[in-house]
Design a binder for this molecule. Structure first.
Ligand SMILES: NC(=O)c1ccc[n+]([C@@H]2O[C@H](COP(=O)([O-])OP(=O)(O)OC[C@H]3O[C@@H](n4cnc5c(N)ncnc54)[C@H](O)[C@@H]3O)[C@@H](O)[C@H]2O)c1
Length: 381
């Protein structure tokens, strides 16, 4: 059996996402399973080189996972024709310069969302990659979460009848004084590319567009609830970015979607993200792993009566959607699809232009918030 090596330059790999999700749970897990099978029966094996600013941290990371290759010289890595893929999980505001350099070097591009901090840059990057003829993709991991895979199955089976409304609850309390910090401090600084709108609306765009219906307009209120937090060194800093966003989306087909996104909410839900979809024939609540349904014929006749203890146990009336395949890490599943796309030209629809749509939604959400009005979402070509 033939195994093709594919060199992957991994930038930002010492970060929260870079280390855990992309290096350990994706690339190393793929190496451990013997690579990714291609349509012709051969396999492709990713060979990472870890890139960043801090030699000590890179060396320690490489040693911990038994990897030989690391570097603090991105330009030298990009000049190596043996490494054909550039992956970027740096902080969002650094993405543009990394991607521009990698596209100029003729590398195939895979990167974290959001692909840029503003729409004009995002579209420019997508066009540059297209013109350069390099393959390109953006992380859209929520589509591959087991709970949302089940939700997709429900939608495509026609379970819901006519979908009327969607409600997303995302969030948890991010402790202000936790050490080490629970989330990086740049997330709470507008001037460093932070803010929950840019962070999460990049996800809501592809989740809604792909699983439910295209987003056509939105209204959004952003709020900065917490003024001060402690940074990575334990020093207090003033937050300048919104840490919660309350948005309503109008989708094609007259569907309404509401999403609460917050780092200042205490969880009384089964999972950190839950998406409820209500349709004329049935409803479902999907989370990261689980998905529960209630069909029209199982819907109880609820009667408002605060004078007696509630006789209905609403949660008991929902049914689990079973897993039909063994659940796998969402980031790994998408990495496998991207590596196959690079090696065998199999389809990979989640390109930089799709990533630009997420940036567009975030930008329009901020506009809606600033101007206190609904805004349309024009088609991006
Ligand atoms: N797909 C998802 O669900 C998901 C979840 C969280 C974050 N993200 C995205 O992943 C990216 C990284 O987020 P993270 O939470 O891992 O961030 P992080 O701060 O933990 O990691 C950032 C990485 O960039 C590097 N970096 C390079 N120059 C830097 C500088 N000047 N300042 C700070 N860091 C610098 C850091 O060393 C580190 O490797 C962001 O774009 C974020 O939006 C995606």
């Amino acid at each position: 059996m033939t195994t093709h090596r594919i060199g992957v330059i991994m930038n930002g790999v010492t970060g929260r996402m870079g280390t855990r999700q992309h290096l350990v749970r994706s690339i190393l897990a793929i190496r451990q399973q013997g690579g990714v099978q291609l349509p012709d029966g051969s396999r492709v094996m990713p060979d990472p080189i870890l890139v960043g600013r801090n030699a000590g941290r890179l060396e320690a990371l490489a040693r911990e996972y038994g990897l030989a290759r690391w570097s603090t010289d991105l330009a030298a890595c990009l000049a190596n024709p043996d490494d054909r893929v550039y992956f970027d999980a740096q902080t969002t505001s650094l993405r543009e310069q990394g991607l521009r350099a990698a596209i100029a070097a003729g590398k195939h591009i895979y990167c974290e969302k959001p692909i840029a901090t503003d729409l004009a840059t995002a579209v420019d990057l997508a066009r540059l990659a297209k013109r350069a003829g390099v393959k390109n993709g953006v992380v859209q991991d929520k589509l591959f979460l087991p709970g949302l895979v089940k939700l997709r199955r429900l939608v495509s089976s026609g379970f819901f009848g006519r979908i009327i409304a969607v409600r997303g609850e995302f969030g948890y309390w991010v402790l202000e004084d936790a050490q080490p910090v629970q989330r990086p401090s740049w997330n709470y600084k507008a001037e460093e590319g932070g803010g929950i709108i840019l962070d999460m609306f990049a996800h809501w765009r592809y989740v809604l567009d792909e699983l439910i219906a295209p987003v056509q307009a939105l209204s959004c209120l952003g709020v900065r609830h917490i003024e001060q937090r402690l940074d990575e060194q334990g020093r207090p800093y003033t937050c300048t970015a919104e840490d919660a966003a309350y948005a309503t989306f109008a989708l094609a087909g007259g569907i309404t979607a509401q999403f609460n996104s917050s780092w200042c909410v205490r969880v009384y839900r089964d999972e950190l993200l839950t998406i409820q979809v209500d349709g004329t024939e049935g409803s479902a609540v999907a989370g990261l792993r689980e998905c529960r349904t209630q069909h029209r014929v199982n819907t109880p006749k609820a009667i408002w009566n605060p004078d007696i203890a509630n006789p209905l146990r609403f949660r008991d009336q929902w049914l689990d959607v079973p897993d039909i395949t063994e659940p796998d890490n969402a980031f790994k599943v998408q990495w496998e699809l991207f590596l196959r796309h690079v090696a065998s030209d199999t389809p990979f629809p989640w390109d930089l232009m799709e990533g630009a749509k997420g940036v567009q939604l975030a930008e329009l959400a901020r506009q809606s918030w600033q101007e206190r009005r609904w805004v349309d979402v024009p088609e991006l070509r």
